[in-house]
Ligand binder design. Structure first.
Ligand code: NAD
Length: 512
């Protein structure tokens, strides 16, 4: 706790750690003890009681009450709230990033980038607060006005994963708040301190606004059962859930059974095609960042490289050489590029995937082993693995949340696109090519079937301005930029008759 305590104090989390907060009021959890360990060295640095599912109901009730008042606060005023939240984030950027590194194990530059993403989405949301545009539509009836308006939807349940412990919260919270929706956040139980810190920053911002109810932001820290209760809460019209496909399936079923709306951001199995005209130098750098960066723990991590047969050997040689000199170690140390895996279980799933890959004919070209020297004791450090394997091996269909890059070779673009699409997930994809026809084909209607399709850059590291998300088992949700805000609002179609007649649509006659 020593390293975290000072940071938490500066971020506004003082005293004992409490699992439930409604605005600035906090309550002790009544559930099992949560032990918080840093993946850097496995050391326990906090322990406190988590929330129970039963504690969720009171928090949701408070959010529903807050909604009744918050929906009447003008959207630009809600934008002002988010603007001040963004200002605080700017002030606390270094501290928050330090906590992300401590809890999620990201290298400092990536943690800073994650907090920057919070700032960026706050800026985006401020602008959006004056642009929640509806449409005016030509009416077929004389002296009628047909229009669409967007109204606040209601309190939103936000469930987040360990690997983006702050950015995904901000994507949801910034948009939900300008849209007029209170937020009830259930963070990953693996990263509760960053959640407490973000909540403290947001709730203290809310406290500056006398016209905004405190319960527009609340936090329930607990295990999956807390998320399950959120998903079942009738008073939450939208559940935005980020995590594994297994979790998303469960949330989707529960929310659908009450006819609620879910926004799902689930697992990926992302591929890059390296075509004959590719700039190899750029491709290699981009592959290494996307496949090995964040120790393979991004939903957009590159998991499959589909390389044209004419380039295969050259590319593998260069990749292998780069992989071997990747600095693995303490994420706080300057120069480290690959930090730890989140825990032992992550290593077990990496080990298992590599064993299966080899049984299915794969060859581990480099990496895949534990690093024990020159790294902090107690953490799980691995050398990213490069595996050449037949694309028909069943293991490549799975998302293993660790740095394993499967490499396949191809002959025709049709074959490469088919391989890109031939997995159950549909999040991110990329092609490296200098052939405009190939690039357009890849991004066109019969190209990549993913939510993200890039040309001459990797699969990871999206900007907040675009809509983020994926198809198929990735869940179909879109968050962040573009018109993703529409998921957080309800659309009302209004027809106004300002004539002295009562004409019916489609020329229907009903004379009484
Ligand atoms: P996880 O599914 O184990 O947990 C995610 C969250 O869901 C946690 O808060 C957890 O407590 C909660 N949860 C677990 N079971 C639940 C249930 N039945 N009902 C409700 N909530 C439940 O995922 P993780 O290990 O934290 O994160 C890694 C996974 O998340 C990977 O699959 C990764 O691809 C995915 N991810 C996706 C995106 C995206 O935007 N598509 C972003 C980040 C992570």
């Amino acid at each position: 706790m020593n390293d975290a305590r000072g940071v938490l104090d500066r971020l506004g989390v003082s005293g004992s750690l409490r699992a439930v907060s409604v605005g600035e009021t906090s309550f002790d959890g009544k559930g099992p003890l949560l032990t918080v360990r840093s993946p850097i060295d496995g050391r326990e640095f906090a322990r406190f009681a988590g929330a129970t599912a039963d504690q969720v109901d009171g928090v949701v009730d408070a959010a529903a009450q807050a909604f009744a008042a918050f929906r009447r606060v003008p959207a630009p005023r809600r934008g002002e709230l988010v603007r001040r939240f963004g200002e605080r984030l700017r002030r606390h950027k270094d501290d928050l990033a330090q906590l992300v590194t401590l809890e999620a194990g990201k290298i400092v530059s990536e943690s800073l980038g994650e907090v920057q993403e919070m700032i960026d989405i706050a800026d985006f949301a401020v602008g959006l607060s004056r642009q929640l545009y509806g449409l005016t539509i030509a009416s077929e009836r004389p002296a009628h006005r047909l229009a669409e308006q967007w109204h606040p939807l209601g309190p939103v349940g936000v469930i987040t994963a360990f690997n983006f412990p702050v950015a995904v919260f901000a994507w949801n919270a910034a948009l939900a708040l300008v849209c007029g929706d209170p937020v009830v956040w259930k963070p990953s139980e693996k990263t509760p301190l960053t959640a407490l810190a973000c909540h403290a920053i947001l709730s203290s911002t809310v406290a500056e606004f006398s016209d905004v109810p405190a319960a527009v932001c609340s936090l329930v820290v607990g295990d999956g059962s807390v998320g399950e209760r959120l998903a079942a809460s009738e008073k939450l019209p939208l559940i935005s859930a980020t995590g594994s496909t297994r979790m998303g399936r469960s949330v989707a079923k529960t929310v659908a059974s009450r006819l609620g709306r879910s926004l799902l951001e689930l697992g990926g199995n992302n591929a890059m095609i390296v075509a004959p005209t590719a700039d190899l130098e750029l491709a290699v750098r981009s592959i290494v960042f996307a496949a090995a960066g964040t120790a393979g723990q991004r939903c957009t991590t590159l998991r499959r490289a589909i390389v044209h047969r004419t380039l295969g050997d050259r590319l593998l040689e260069r990749l292998g050489a780069t992989y071997q000199r990747l600095p693995v170690g303490d994420p706080r140390t300057a120069g480290t590029l690959i930090g730890p895996l989140i825990d032992e279980r992550a290593w077990q799933s990496m080990e298992r995937a590599l064993e299966i890959a080899q049984k299915q004919g794969g060859r581990v070209l480099t990496g895949g082993d534990r690093v024990v020297t020159g790294v902090p004791e107690g953490g799980v450090y691995v050398r990213p693995a490069l595996v050449e394997i037949d694309s028909r091996a069943s293991i490549v269909q799975e998302e293993t949340f660790a740095p394993i890059l499967y490499v396949h070779r191809y002959d025709t673009l049709e074959e490469a696109i088919a391989l890109n699409n031939d997995v159950p997930q549909g999040l991110s994809s990329a092609i490296f090519t200098n052939d405009v026809r190939e690039a357009e084909r890849f991004t066109g209607p019969d190209g990549s079937d993913c939510g993200i399709a890039n040309v001459n850059l990797g699969t990871s590291g999206a900007e907040i301005g675009g809509a983020f998300g994926g198809e198929k088992q990735t869940g179909g949700g879109r968050e962040s930029g573009s018109d993703a805000w529409k998921a957080y609002m309800r659309r009302a179609t209004n027809t106004v008759n300002y004539s002295t007649e009562l004409p019916l649509a489609q020329g229907v006659r009903f004379d009484v």
